[in-house]
Design a protein around this ligand. Structure first.
Ligand SMILES: Cc1cc2nc3c(=O)[nH]c(=O)nc-3n(C[C@H](O)[C@H](O)[C@H](O)COP(=O)(O)OP(=O)(O)OC[C@H]3O[C@@H](n4cnc5c(N)ncnc54)[C@H](O)[C@@H]3O)c2cc1C
Length: 441
């Protein structure tokens, strides 16, 4: 642990600002997601003290969260401890803490360390990489009944809700109640909603086949709702049409152009009609984490910090925002909130700071390189879109699987996920079917 953090005693509720100024410049990175890790890595040869702060001790490979939620994978297979960065990179200190305030005037942040109160940490450079969180479009009361999918906890909650619903359906004698337990509503038909719906369809049709004598899970209703006119609105229309057809083939009912008005313990009201459901999942909006707002500089409607083409916060020298937390336009389009964008931005800012520390000014602004977008729709089928190129089907799915295996953090995860996928592909079985707490009706 760096001297700066050892300074303060655990019993101090609010701590002193870090005492002796460090010999080297200090770069504080908030967030150990795709962007924060990439920034830290790009600073590996820099003559700087890098402090990486995250409220979680692990980095999550979010593109596969839906597979944890549908019991294909277990949480540890898509996560990696952030702390192992300290073993790999000598100039990094990893701190488990939640950042609660940023003071640009004194160039300090406040971080709440578990069991150790709040510490102030001074910075020379600050990189905010705190990502997004689910947004209920001003209806936070929906969150109680419709969990979003952003963390491993969320994925486990959803998995328990889905699997628990079948247990409850199998024990009730009330037909209407059984139907409610076997109706799954997903609000939001972006990539997460589509992937979750497809995987859920495979679960009920294949994995759970024959597992219940009293009910037939294949008769479940899976409803994918969206207020926009088509699924995957950020993809081309032709791709949306293909994906809709594929989902329907899997038995998913796609309802687009339908606005959700209420979510409660009985289900949803959408487009004026009630859909009785015990499992409503929120795969719709996202908003930035509160940290960009703590800067007190300009943000967009979703709370993302407005940055210049160098990913700098204009009014705050030495302060950068990267990844999903940043709002940047390029060629008239926003840089998308995807893992590739976050990695490229984190990498760019890490290098930029390393150059500045050597006294060099970086003249080339950040350029996002679009490697293409993909989405999986159940087993054996994926779509890919890149510029004019559009492909779909089994081969695209193989490419998707290959790319995702390679992108996973840690070799052991790559090996384990590959093994789980092969097992699941040939047997239809999913090995992570756990309900940790008894399901509630
Ligand atoms: C379910 C799901 C599926 C997705 N699928 C895909 C996909 O298939 N392909 C794709 O390219 N992208 C996908 N994305 C988007 C992609 O995951 C994000 O674009 C990417 O994670 C953004 O990286 P980031 O580093 O900006 O933020 P994140 O990866 O979200 O990391 C933010 C980090 O900041 C930490 N943090 C937040 N607030 C604080 C605080 N106050 N103090 C300390 N730490 C804090 C968090 O704990 C987290 O570790 C998906 C996202 C989700 C949620």
């Amino acid at each position: 642990m760096s001297a700066m953090l050892a300074e303060t005693r655990p019993d101090q509720a609010t701590a002193v600002v870090d005492a002796p100024p460090p010999k080297r410049k200090r770069v504080v990175i908030i967030g150990g997601g795709f962007a924060g890790i990439a920034a830290a890595h790009a600073l590996r040869h820099a003559d700087a003290e890098v402090v990486l702060i995250d409220r979680r001790n692990h980095h999550i490979f979010q593109p596969l969260l839906y597979q944890v939620a549908t019991a294909v994978l277990s949480p540890a297979e898509i996560a990696a401890p952030i702390r192992q960065l300290e073993a790999k990179q000598r100039n990094v200190s990893v701190v488990l803490a939640e950042v609660t305030a940023v003071d640009l005037a004194s160039r300090t942040i406040e971080a709440a360390l578990p069991g150790a109160g709040v510490r102030k940490i001074a910075f020379d450079y600050l990189v905010v990489a705190t990502g997004m969180r689910p947004s209920y479009f001003g209806h936070d009361e929906f969150a109680r009944h419709a969990p979003g999918l952003k963390s491993l906890n969320d994925a486990e909650t959803i998995r328990a809700k889905i699997l628990g619903a079948f247990e409850l359906a199998a024990t009730t004698d009330d037909e209407a109640e059984r139907a409610r337990h076997m109706t799954f509503v997903l609000v939001g038909a972006g990539p997460t909603g589509v992937e979750l719906a497809g995987s859920l369809a495979d679960l009920v049709k294949v994995t759970l086949r024959g597992n219940f004598h009293r009910i037939d899970p294949a008769k479940s209703a899976i409803i994918l709702l969206d207020a926009s006119k088509r699924v995957l609105p950020t993809f081309a229309e032709s791709v949306s049409r293909k994906v809709t057809r594929r989902l329907e083939k899997l038995g998913v009912k796609v309802l687009t152009g339908v606005k959700v008005e209420t979510v409660d313990e009985r289900g949803v009201v959408a487009g004026g009609s009630r859909i009785a459901s015990a499992t409503v999942l929120w795969t719709a909006g996202v908003a930035a984490s509160p940290v960009p707002k703590m800067l007190g500089t300009k943000t967009d409607r979703a709370g993302r910090a407005l940055v210049d083409p160098f990913l700098k916060v204009v009014e705050a020298p030495g302060v950068f925002v990267v990844g999903d937390a940043a709002s940047l336009m390029q060629n008239g389009h926003p840089v998308p909130g995807v893992a590739q964008g976050a990695i490229q931005e984190g990498n760019y800012v890490g290098r930029l700071i390393a150059s500045e520390l050597k006294g060099r000014r970086v003249k080339r602004p950040f350029r996002y390189f679009d490697k293409g977008n993909m989405a999986v729709v159940g087993k054996n089928y994926a779509v890919l879109e890149r510029d004019w190129l559009r492909t779909s089907g089994f081969l695209t799915w193989l490419v998707w699987a290959f790319v995702h295996i390679l992108s996973l953090p840690q070799l052991q995860n790559r090996l384990r996920v590959q093994q789980q996928w092969l097992w699941s592909y040939f047997t239809g079985q999913r090995s992570s079917r756990l309900i940790p707490e008894p399901p509630r009706a």
